[in-house]
Design a protein around this ligand. Structure first.
Ligand code: GAP
Length: 537
């Protein structure tokens, strides 16, 4: 089976997502809204399955993590304490000609001939605009290529017939000062805060400003004491949350990868400071195994442990270790709160990009909230006989990015032979059965045979309490299989004449088709539930 992965794979994926109802553009009938996406029937199921598995593995399968579900709008002081009001910004530049906005750190460096002017004067009225301007064009190209946009620039500033002044040319190398799309000079970079602002209550004043949370993490820090009081947990332990986050990204791009509204799955795992953990037992050796937590683990061991846990989780939903990469952020790249951060990256068709960040945040957040709220965030550790502000390891994953990775990972085109022996392309979404939106398709062989239809409906009712089932009786059976292949449904059950006893030894058996191998086996109806449950859990 030859898999085809081509350059235009993203276009095919985006088109399949719309065609099959995984992802739609938000507000599409009004032309869409940049950076916002909706999940259709299959996408909503896929997303729900992924979030449920994360929640299950974080909370119900562990003794040391509990959950939280906090509000999106919180007290604005939280964002002062966390540093978001002052530092949560991206450098932004605008094209002086088209006004298009870019993230300064995402401009491709360019080389060529840069033309500069000191200003321009209107040939008819004599009006002067002494504003300097510059245009970059490929080396050796005629100067007229630069002068044309320059005249447009001065026309936009009120000169009908501008005569350019003070022209000079200088070759430039790897400059990021020019718009890669039209060569126009960009503005100087300005910091742009990514938080969405709103007002709480009827009065739109500075006193009532609030923010849509840009991360779910801060709610966990500010509820640390409340959770501690009720959850009967001792450090080390964690609090996790799944929820919406909002960032007014300058350039949303790569389909859902960088959106303005998205969901996060975050864990804040509270640990002892190294000196407390290692007071009696000393630090573990650098090469200590990190599979089973030990009492003297410091932040480095816990950090490695969580990276490994998270990779194992990704494997459990079908992302192999080979499809991931790890990036240890350099000192100068670290966020203001982080001692170390490992990014788990996925090899998307548009490049290898971050899925999840696992940060060692020290005691930064709890200490800040202690300072800003005046409420103690200290913890008395009875075992260690010590009082301290716990340190934190934070695995923070984006749901939407993960959904996109799972969709890219699942997408497969292969050439198969159709009923008439001719080659045809089969598009199949090879989701891991655990996360597949629909687990099983149920098909009566023929729609116009009431006995087949009745039996198929009975099989659907048998399966429905245990898994998501899609019943389809319309069209040729081969087309119905293909539709479910595109939806990523891992199994298909067909009710045929043998089910009804045409061959008496096959009475009450069905064919079970495997999406990936397309092989079919005969299974007794009474064995269907356990057979399928063993494959999808
Ligand atoms: N609390 C830490 C934190 O929020 P982050 O690296 O800014 O860290 C964590 O975000 C994860 O959230 C990212 O790894 C990514 O998966 C997701 N994420 C961040 N910004 C996003 C965006 N604009 N669109 C989609 N997902 C985003």
């Amino acid at each position: 089976m030859a898999e085809i992965k081509t350059q235009d794979i993203m276009e095919k994926i985006v088109s399949l997502c719309k065609r099959r109802g995984f992802i739609f553009q938000s507000s599409e009938v009004y032309g869409g809204i940049n950076g916002f996406w909706d999940y259709g029937p299959l996408g909503a199921e896929l997303k729900r399955n992924v979030k449920e598995r994360w929640w299950e593995s974080m909370t119900r399968q562990r003794d040391d993590v509990v959950g939280l579900d906090a509000t999106i709008i919180m007290h604005p002081r939280i964002w002062e304490a966390s540093g978001h009001t002052t530092t949560f910004s991206d450098p932004m530049v605008d094209c002086l000609l088209s006004k298009k906005r870019f993230r300064a750190d995402q401009i491709e460096p360019q080389s060529g001939d840069a033309y500069f002017w000191t200003g321009a004067q209107d040939r008819e009225t004599g009006k002067a605009v002494p504003e300097p301007y510059s245009v970059l064009i490929p080396s050796g190209k005629d100067a007229e290529y630069a002068r044309k946009p320059a005249r447009q620039f001065y026309q936009l500033r009120g000169l009908k017939s501008p005569a350019l002044e003070g022209e000079r040319m200088e070759p430039v190398v790897t400059s990021i000062r020019y718009n890669p799309e039209n060569g126009s000079l960009l503005t100087e970079p300005r910091a742009f805060n990514l938080m969405f602002k709103t007002f709480v209550g009827p009065v739109e004043s500075e006193d009532n400003v609030a923010y849509l949370r840009p991360e779910t993490a801060q709610a966990i820090f500010v509820q640390f004491k409340n959770v501690l009081d009720v959850a009967r947990q001792k450090v080390p332990f964690g609090i996790c949350q799944i929820g919406k986050a909002f960032r007014n990204e300058i350039n949303p791009r790569n389909f859902t990868f960088r959106s303005r509204e998205f969901e996060q799955m975050e864990l804040e795992f509270f640990i002892r400071p190294d000196d407390v953990a290692q007071a009696s037992l000393g630090a573990p050796p650098d090469d200590a195994p990190v599979s089973t937590p030990a009492a003297n683990w410091g932040w480095k061991e816990w950090h490695k442990y969580w990276v490994e846990e998270r990779v194992r989780w990704y494997e459990s939903i079908g992302l192999t270790r080979d499809s991931l990469e790890f990036y240890w952020q350099k000192k100068e790249e670290l966020a203001h709160y982080a001692k170390a951060t490992v990014d788990i990256l996925y090899k998307f068709p548009f490049g290898t990009q971050e899925l999840e960040g696992i940060a060692a945040r020290g005691d930064f957040d709890l200490t800040q909230h202690q300072k800003f709220s005046g409420k103690s965030m200290e913890y008395f550790d009875e075992e260690a006989k010590s009082k301290y502000v716990p340190h934190v390891i934070e695995p923070s994953a984006g749901v939407d990015r993960l959904i996109l990775a799972l969709i890219c990972n699942a997408y497969c085109e292969e050439t198969v032979t159709d009923d008439k022996g001719s080659p045809e392309t089969r598009v199949v979404m090879r989701f891991h059965p655990r996360i597949a939106p629909v687990k099983v398709g149920v098909f009566p062989l023929l729609k116009n045979r009431p006995d087949l239809v009745a039996k198929a409906r009975a099989v659907r009712e048998l399966l429905r309490p245990h898994m998501s089932v899609f019943y389809d009786e319309t069209g040729a059976i081969g087309r119905r299989y293909r539709r479910q292949d595109e939806a990523g449904t891992p199994f298909g059950v067909t009710i045929d004449f043998d089910t009804l006893g045409e061959k008496p030894e096959l009475l009450d058996t069905v064919t079970l088709r495997d999406r990936d191998t397309m092989e079919q086996s005969r299974v007794r109806i009474q064995d269907l539930v356990p057979t399928l449950l063993a494959k999808i859990t």
